[in-house]
Design a protein around this ligand. Structure first.
Ligand SMILES: Nc1ncnc2c1ncn2[C@@H]1O[C@H](COP(=O)(O)OP(=O)(O)OP(=O)(O)O)[C@@H](O)[C@H]1O
Ligand SMILES: [Mg+2]
Length: 581
C-alpha cells in the first residue's frame, strides 16, 4: 500500500474530510458485500432451503436487495460529492503551505528556478496529491478493511481457500512496491521533461515580441519540438512500465480469484465444505476480489501521490539560508512601527553565488533620517543589490544593516518591511484594474487616497482619460500600458503606501522629461518627510540629492553632494562627462 510519513503529514489539515470520505467508501463496499450475501441467501432458497436466519421466503429477500441497491446508489453519489470536496480542501491546504513557503524563500529562491518548474509543481504535483487523498486512499482503506474481514469469514468456511485469498491480498498491496524503484526513476525523468516543456512554453509566450522582432519563431518552434519529443519519450517510457505493473496486478487479482474458486470447489468435492458453505464461499470470494480489482487499476494514483509527496516535502523543507523572511506569513506585524532613525550599511559584503565572488565589498554608508541619498555607478556595479538587501530579499553575508534602531534580521524583517516602500527596475503589473494595481500599495486605502497617489505620480489625468477610468483592465503584465505609464502606476503604489523609507531603483527611467520633472516635484515633497534611497543612471534625476554615493565593482568609491563630488571624484566627473557627451 502506498503510504508514507509525508503523506500523513500533508493530510493533517484535512483529516476530517479524508476520514469522512474513507467511511463513505467503506460503507459503499460493505453494502456491496451485504448485497452479495443476500444474493447467496436467495440462491440457497431457490435450491430448496426453507429458512435462512429470519428469512423464510425469497420474497422477503428480494425487496431488501432492491432497497440496498438504491441506498448504495445514493451513497455512491454522496461519495463523489465528498471526494470532490475533499480534493478541493486538500488542494487549498497544500497550496497555502506552498505559497507560505514560497513567500518565505522569496526572490533568493525564485531567482534560481525556472517559473515553469515552480508553476508545474503548484499545479501538477498538487493534483497528484489531491487524487491520492480523494481517490486512492479511500479505495485502498475500504478494500483493505473489506478484504481482511471477508478473508476471516471465508476462513470460517474453509481455511485453504482463505489462504489463497491472503496470497492475492498480500500481492495486491505489496507487489507495487517492487516496481517502485524503476517507476521512480522513470517518473522523475518524465517530471523533469514535463517541467522543461512547460517552462519553454512559458518562455515562448512571454518572449513572443522579442522572438517576432528577431524573426526567431522557427528556432523557438524547433526548440519546443525537441522538448516535446523528449517529453513524449519519457511519458511513453513511464507508461510502458505502468501498463506492465497494472497488468501484473490485475493478473494477480484475477488469478487469485480463480484459484480461490478452484480451491473452494475441489475442497467441496473432497467433502471438506458443505454445499451451503460452498455457495457462501463463492459469493464472499467475489465480494472480496471485486474491490481489489478496482484498486489494482488505480494503484498508479497511489504511486504518484507518494512521489508527489516526496518532492513537495523537499520544497517545504528547503532551507531558508538565503532568505530573511519569516516562514509564517501570518505573523506579519501591523503597519505601525515608528521610524525615527537613519539607515546604516556597516561593512556589508554579499555574493549571489560564492563561486562568482562578492558583488558587494565592504559597503558602508549612512542615510540620515529624512534625507535623500542617491546611488550612481556603472551597470552591474551593485546598486540594485544594495536596494535588494535593504528590502530584505537577501541576507548580508557579513556586516550589519540597520533601519532606525533595528538590525535587519529574520526576526525584524516583518516590521522593517512595513517601513519600506519601493519602486523597482522591473515592477510587476498584476492582471486586474488600474485601481486594484495601485491599491496593492495599501489595501485598506480609500478611493480618495488612491486618486491622491495617482496625482502625485502624474498619472491621474491619463487614467481619467480612459473610457473606464480607474476600472480599466490592465492586461497581463500591464501590456496595454506604455512602459512610462506602467512605471507611474508603480510610483502611485509607492506614494499610496506612504512608508517612511522609500527606495526608487530607476523608478523614472522610462519617463519622458516632462513627466520626470512633475514627479521630481512630488519627490521633493517626499524627502522632507521620508528617508529616500534613489538609484538612477540619469544624473539629472539625482543631482539635488543630499548625498550621492558612487559605486564601482561592488565598492562605494566616494560620497558627497553633487558639487563636492565634482571637485573630489574623478569617477564622478567621468560619469558626468559621459552624460554630457
Ligand atoms: N539574482 C542574481 N543572481 C546572480 N547574480 C546577480 C543577480 N542579480 C544581480 N547579479 C549580478 O550582481 C551584479 C550587480 O548587479 P546589480 O543588479 O546590483 O547591478 P546594478 O548596479 O543595479 O546594475 P544596473 O545599473 O544595470 O541596474 C551584476 O554583476 C549582476 O550580474
Ligand atoms: Mg540595477
Amino acid at each position: 500500500m502506498f503510504i508514507n510519513k509525508c503523506l500523513l503529514r500533508f493530510a493533517r489539515d484535512c483529516r476530517g474530510p479524508i476520514a469522512r470520505l474513507c467511511s463513505i467508501e467503506l460503507l459503499s463496499v460493505a453494502l456491496a458485500t451485504l448485497i452479495s450475501l443476500l444474493i447467496a441467501f436467495l440462491v440457497q432458497m431457490l435450491l430448496g432451503k426453507t429458512r435462512i436466519l429470519c428469512f423464510t421466503s425469497v420474497w422477503e429477500i428480494i425487496p431488501i436487495i432492491f432497497v440496498l441497491v438504491v441506498i448504495r446508489a445514493s451513497i455512491v453519489k454522496q461519495k463523489n460529492v465528498a471526494s470532490a470536496k475533499c480534493g478541493i480542501k486538500v488542494k487549498d491546504s497544500l497550496r497555502v503551505q506552498m505559497l507560505n513557503k514560497l513567500f518565505a524563500l522569496g526572490p533568493a529562491y525564485t531567482a534560481t528556478k525556472r517559473t515553469g518548474n515552480i508553476g508545474t509543481m503548484f499545479v501538477s504535483k498538487i493534483e497528484w496529491l489531491k487524487n491520492y487523498y480523494s481517490i486512492y486512499a479511500p479505495a485502498a482503506v475500504a478494500t483493505f478493511v473489506n478484504s481482511l474481514l471477508l478473508i476471516i469469514v471465508i476462513a470460517c468456511f474453509d481455511v485453504p481457500t482463505a489462504l489463497v485469498c491472503v496470497v492475492a491480498f498480500v500481492g495486491l498491496f505489496f507487489c507495487p512496491m517492487t516496481f517502485y524503484k524503476i517507476m521512480k526513476e522513470r517518473g522523475d525523468a518524465e517530471w523533469e521533461a514535463n517541467s522543461q516543456y512547460y517552462s519553454d512554453c512559458l518562455d515562448s509566450i512571454q518572449g513572443l515580441t522579442t522572438l517576432k522582432a528577431f524573426n526567431a519563431d522557427e528556432k523557438q518552434r524547433q526548440k519546443m519540438h525537441c522538448a516535446g519529443e523528449n517529453l513524449r519519450q519519457k511519458v511513453m517510457s513511464l507508461l510502458k512500465i505502468t501498463m506492465i505493473e497494472t497488468g501484473v496486478l490485475e493478473f494477480l487479482v484475477r488469478l487469485g480469484s480463480a484459484a480461490s474458486i478452484v480451491v473452494a470447489v475441489s475442497r467441496f468435492l473432497d467433502g471438506y465444505i458443505e454445499p451451503d458453505g460452498l455457495i457462501y464461499t463463492l459469493f464472499l470470494v467475489t465480494a472480496c476480489f471485486v474491490p481489489m480489482l478496482t484498486l489494482s487499476n488505480s494503484w498508479h494514483i497511489g504511486y504518484k501521490g507518494v512521489t508527489g509527496a516526496y518532492s513537495l516535502r523537499a520544497f517545504l523543507d528547503e532551507p531558508q539560508k538565503r532568505s530573511l523572511n519569516s516562514a509564517d506569513i501570518g505573523e506579519q506585524s501591523a503597519f505601525s512601527a515608528e521610524f525615527t532613525g537613519s539607515i546604516v550599511f556597516d561593512h556589508v559584503s554579499f555574493s549571489y553565488d560564492k563561486n562568482e565572488g562578492d558583488v558587494l565589498k565592504n559597503v558602508s554608508f549612512e542615510i540620515p533620517n529624512k534625507s535623500m541619498m542617491a546611488l550612481v555607478g556603472a551597470s552591474g556595479s551593485g546598486k540594485s543589490t544594495i536596494a535588494h538587501l535593504l528590502a530584505g530579499f537577501y541576507p548580508a553575508e557579513s556586516g550589519v544593516i540597520r533601519v532606525g534602531n533595528m538590525e535587519l534580521t529574520r526576526e525584524n524583517i516583518s516590521p522593517i518591511r512595513d517601513l519600506i516602500s519601493a519602486v523597482w527596475q522591473d515592477n510587476h503589473i498584476f492582471y486586474g484594474t488600474v485601481y486594484d494595481n495601485i491599491l496593492i500599495g495599501k489595501p485598506e486605502a480609500t478611493m480618495d487616497e488612491v486618486i491622491a497617489a495617482a496625482k502625485e505620480s502624474n498619472i491621474h489625468d491619463f487614467i481619467q482619460s480612459l473610457p473606464e477610468g480607474y476600472n480599466t483592465l490592465l492586461g497581463e503584465q500591464g501590456v496595454r500600458f506604455s512602459g512610462g505609464e506602467r512605471q507611474r502606476i508603480a510610483l502611485a503604489r509607492a506614494f499610496l503606501r506612504d512608508a517612511p523609507v522609500v527606495i526608487f531603483d530607476e523608478a523614472t527611467s522610462s519617463l519622458d522629461r516632462r513627466n520626470e520633472i512633475e514627479i521630481q516635484k512630488s519627490l521633493k515633497m517626499l524627502r522632507e518627510e521620508k528617508t529616500v534611497l534613489v538609484i538612477a543612471h540619469r544624473l539629472e534625476t539625482i543631482r539635488d540629492a543630499d548625498r550621492i554615493c558612487i559605486m564601482d565593482a561592488g565598492e562605494v568609491k566616494a560620497c558627497g553632494t553633487h558639487e563636492e563630488l565634482l571637485h573630489s571624484s574623478a569617477l564622478y566627473n567621468r560619469l558626468v562627462g559621459y552624460q554630457l557627451a
